[in-house]
Structure formats: C-alpha cells, structure tokens
Design a protein around this ligand. Structure first.
Ligand code: CMP
Length: 137
C-alpha cells in the first residue's frame, strides 16, 4: 500500500464539486486516511509550493490557493501516487482526458480543481506539511 497527498482546490469547493470528487475517490478504490478542510494563508500556500517559487506563475498560484477553503487529504491504495495522478488527468484541464477530474472540474492550468504528489519524496513532504502521524487513520 502506498500513500499520496491530494488537494481539492478552492474552485472545486466554491463550485460545489467537493462531494463528487470524494465520491470518485472512493469509487476508484482509494481509502481516505486523512482529511481536513483548511483556509490556507498566502504564506502557507507559498511554503507548500516552495519548489515552484522561481516560476512565473508562483504568485498567481499561491494567491489562488489562498483565495478560499480547500480540502487536503491523504489517500491510500496500491500505487496511489500514479493512480491519483491518472484520475486527476493532465495539469491543464484542456489537455486532460475525458472522465478525469481536471477535465470535468478544472477551468484553466492554474485553476485546475485538484493537486496530487508527483513522487514518494514529494508525498512525504506534502503529507507532513499538513498532517501529524496521529491524524492518519
Ligand atoms: P498542481 O498539481 O497543484 O502543482 C503546481 C501547480 O502549478 C499546478 O497544479 C498548476 O495549477 C499550476 N501551474 C502550472 N503551470 C501553470 C501556469 N502556466 N500558469 C498558472 N499555474 C500553473
């Protein structure tokens, strides 16, 4: 079993789509071992996305992530990192395959409904950024 870190981003909550996304997560066979709703500050968003701090979209990305509440989760399954990335689809919703979450609920490359860790080391950092071991059931 592997764990990955996932976010339902502010646009998906604002549009009332969080429940549909969580249903898909269960339908696809993941266990949600941690979940909380948070309203990130700009500084917390910058810390989370620090690997992108030199990118031209960093300010836009962190403004968006601090624009409203989001849901952060730890998902568990065999091959969870790859499977969650497949379920999300491509970063840009316009390029994401039919049936993926970003295709269905994303609006643009920045406002793309969901986030997922891209590697085991990233998942370890991202899970630890939001959850203590005691919160993962
Ligand atoms: P996410 O999986 O959360 O990881 C980093 C995020 O940066 C990514 O999803 C996108 O939402 C965002 N991103 C990537 N490229 C761009 C871009 N060109 N313009 C705005 N945001 C971007």
């Amino acid at each position: 079993m592997e764990r990955t870190f996932a976010i339902i981003k502010p646009n998906a909550l604002a549009d009332g789509n969080a429940g549909k996304i969580i249903s898909r997560i269960y339908e696809e066979g993941f266990t949600i071992v941690g979940l909380k709703k948070l309203y990130l500050s700009k500084i917390e968003a910058e810390g989370f996305y620090h690997v992108h701090r030199e990118r031209p979209f960093f300010d836009e990305l962190t403004d968006f992530m601090a624009s409203g509440p989001c849901i952060v989760m730890v998902l568990q399954a065999d091959n969870a990192i790859t499977r969650w990335r497949e379920l999300m689809g491509a970063t840009d919703p316009a390029e994401a395959a039919e049936g993926t979450l970003r295709r269905e609920f994303g609006k643009s490359v920045g406002v793309n409904a969901t986030h997922g860790s891209d590697a085991p080391e990233t998942a370890a950092f991202e899970i630890g950024y939001f959850f203590s071991g005691l919160e993962l059931l």
